[in-house]
Design a protein around this ligand. Structure first.
Ligand SMILES: C[S@@+](CC[C@H](N)C(=O)[O-])C[C@H]1O[C@@H](n2cnc3c(N)ncnc32)[C@H](O)[C@@H]1O
Length: 192
C-alpha cells in the first residue's frame, strides 16, 4: 500500500487521534507524497519529526529514514507501529543542533527533508549541516524565513515545499490561493 493523506487521516480519525495532524506536512494535497514519488530518494534524513506523520510517508516510499528531533514524542510509535514501519525508521532525539551534527556525520543518506524550526537563522543552520547532499527538500516555503533562504540558495518552489538539488524538477507550477484547513496560506499547485 502506498501511504498518503487518506490512509493516515482515516487511521487517526478511527482512533480519535486527529490532533496528531497539527503542524504536519501531511495534508489533503498530498504534496509530500508526490514530491517523494517524483524525487525517488533511497535513504532519507529528516530534520524535525514531531508526531512522525511525514516520517511515515517517507518510510513507506523509501528504503530507510533517519529522523531527528530535539523533543521526543510517543505519538510517533503509535503511527509507525500501525503502518508497520518501525523497522524502516531510526528515530533519534538530541539536545541541540551540535549533537545532531555529530550524528549526521556518522550516517549516510541521499536525501534530506528539513522541517524543523522555520526561522531564517535556524533553517539556514540546518541547511549548512547537510548542504553537501544532492537532494534537499524544505517544508513551509510560504514562511518568510524559509523563503528567504530558498531565494539565497536558488532553490525551486515545489508546492508548499522547496527543493534544492541536482535533480531536474519538472517546472509546471501554477500558483493559487486556497482556503486551507491547515492554514498553509499560499499553496502552489503543481503538475507532476
Ligand atoms: C513542524 S514540526 C515537524 C512536522 C513533521 N515533519 C511532519 O510534517 O509531520 C517541527 C519539529 O521540529 C522540531 N525541531 C525544532 N527545532 C529543531 C532542531 N534544531 N533540530 C531538530 N528538530 C527540531 C520540533 O521539536 C518539532 O517536532
Amino acid at each position: 500500500m502506498i501511504l498518503g493523506y487518506k490512509e493516515i487521516n482515516n487511521f487517526l480519525k478511527e482512533n480519535n487521534l486527529i490532533d496528531y495532524k497539527h503542524h504536519s506536512a501531511v495534508n489533503i494535497y498530498d504534496n509530500l507524497k508526490k514530491a517523494v514519488e517524483y524525487l525517488k530518494p533511497e535513504i532519507v534524513l529528516e530534520i524535525g519529526t514531531f508526531n512522525g506523520l511525514s516520517t511515515a510517508i517517507l518510510a513507506n516510499l523509501c528504503s530507510f529514514v533517519f529522523t531527528v528531533d530535539i523533543a521526543y514524542r510517543p505519538e510517533t510509535q503509535v503511527v509507525w507501529d500501525h503502518f508497520n514501519l518501525l523497522d524502516k525508521i531510526n528515530y533519534s532525539i538530541f539536545k541541540d543542533r551540535e549533537e545532531i551534527g555529530k550524528f549526521i556525520k556518522k550516517i549516510q543518506y541521499d536525501f534530506v527533508y528539513i522541517d524543523a524550526n522555520h526561522k531564517y537563522e535556524e533553517v539556514k543552520a540546518d541547511y549548512e549541516m547537510v548542504k553537501d547532499c544532492n537532494s534537499i527538500l524544505f517544508h513551509d516555503y510560504h514562511l518568510d524565513g524559509v523563503r528567504q533562504l530558498i531565494n539565497e540558495i536558488d532553490g525551486q518552489p515545489l508546492a508548499e515545499f522547496a527543493y534544492k538539488g541536482t535533480q531536474q524538477v519538472k517546472g509546471h507550477y501554477k500558483m493559487e490561493w486556497k482556503t486551507d484547513p491547515l492554514f498553509l496560506g499560499k499553496v502552489l499547485e503543481n503538475n507532476y
